[in-house]
Design a protein around this ligand. Structure first.
Ligand code: NI
Length: 163
């Protein structure tokens, strides 16, 4: 297993719609293991393939008691609304308030290619939504108001200069 380098905003791959995962083989198992290791090393609760430079519809998460691999994820339904802060490893973990659905139902394939559905609420639902967005080339900052988005971008640019 190996820790991979995190792709950061504004790298192009983060804006691309990922390709479908089609091969459920040893290569995918190794990639998923590396993604989990990278996510834990960075103290994240979710990590999508574009965040390690791969334009693929794939994410891993371990958040609020839900640990899973999701290939070709889709959000099939959402309900309610939650307030809360959100951040992203690709944007230097800078947080901003972002309203999301309180509950979300995810449909995806596991590492063997088996389809499953899983429902989550609160933080885990937020994670489903955030990571599925990554697979479609959307970052959480894309959901913010232009003013708040610029604020996060500026803080991130400043942070990058200092490290
Ligand atoms: Ni993220």
């Amino acid at each position: 297993m190996a820790v991979m380098e995190i792709t950061e905003f504004p790298e192009r791959v983060l804006k691309e719609v990922g390709a479908a995962v089609e091969e459920f083989d040893e290569g995918l198992e190794k990639l998923v293991a590396d993604m989990f290791e990278t996510m834990y090393a960075e103290e994240g609760v979710g990590l999508a393939a574009p965040q390690v430079g791969l334009s693929l519809r794939l994410f891993v998460m371990d958040c609020a008691g839900i640990k899973l691999v999701a290939a070709n994820p889709e959000i099939v339904s959402v309900e309610g609304e939650q307030e809360g802060e959100e951040g992203c490893l690709s944007v230097g973990k800078i947080h901003a308030p972002l309203k999301r659905a309180e509950r979300a139902r995810l449909r995806a394939q596991d590492v063997k290619g088996e389809w499953f559905e899983r429902e989550a609420e609160g933080l885990a639902a937020r994670c489903f939504l955030h990571e599925t967005d990554h697979c479609d080339g959307t970052l959480f900052i894309d959901h913010l108001s232009p003013l708040r988005r610029d604020m996060v971008k500026r803080r991130f640019q400043k942070m990058k200069r200092w490290r």
